[in-house]
Design a protein. Structure first.
Length: 203
């Protein structure tokens, strides 16, 4: 890992624990084990590090997710199940952790999403990045739905945009629900949503 990515990873690790705005440049420098000069060689300020961190740990993961799901050969409900678990940081194809630091430590998905929510609310200059990313994911879901309709895997009279809105809304909310309402297990929440979605789209 080069110094630029080491600095971004150190920032990410610290931000998961303390929140991005509570992390100092000195903490980042010490955690990354780099000099002050190395920090300023790659970044003009802490917000510049944040932009690179978001690219590494959000935008790149979206690209990976799209690539993996596009090549997934399962049924529509298997793809949905894969997507639910991928959102929690688990690739159920090989049961590997999706978000890992360079020391192989796993990133807790609840801390990850809380961090992203904090960045979205506290850094409006990055909101267009989040909006564009979500639109990209939404359009990707819509394309997959249209493929399933063409293959006659689901009801042929389904409106792909309406179903994409429905599924996207569930994906945006189920992790928050599992975070603030721990009465139900993550598996229970996922399987309940899968059942309800499938009842509405199966042939």
């Amino acid at each position: 890992m080069n110094n630029k990515d080491k600095i971004a990873e150190a920032t990410f690790s610290l931000a998961l624990k303390y929140g991005f705005d509570n992390v100092s440049l000195k903490q980042i420098q010490d955690t990354a084990n780099v000099t002050t000069g190395a920090v300023y060689y790659h970044f003009k300020d802490k917000n510049d590090i944040l932009k690179h961190m978001v690219e590494m740990y959000l935008l790149n993961e979206v690209k990976n997710f799209k690539k993996i799901l596009k090549n997934h050969e399962g049924t529509p409900i298997e793809k949905l199940r894969f997507t639910f678990y991928y959102h929690t940081g688990l690739n159920i194809g090989d049961y590997s952790n999706i978000l890992e630091l360079s020391d192989k430590s796993h990133v807790d998905y609840k801390e990850y999403y809380l961090l992203l929510m904090g960045v979205y609310h506290q850094h409006p200059e990055l909101r267009d990045v989040f909006h564009d990313m979500n639109l990209e994911i939404f359009n990707f879901y819509k394309e997959l739905i249209e493929e399933s309709i063409e293959k006659k895997e689901i009801k042929e009279d389904i409106d792909s945009e309406e179903l994409a809105i429905y599924i996207f809304t569930i994906f945006m909310g189920f992790i928050e629900l599992s975070t603030v309402f721990p009465k139900f297990s993550l598996e229970k929440i996922i399987e309940t949503n899968l059942k309800m979605i499938w009842e509405n789209i199966k042939k």
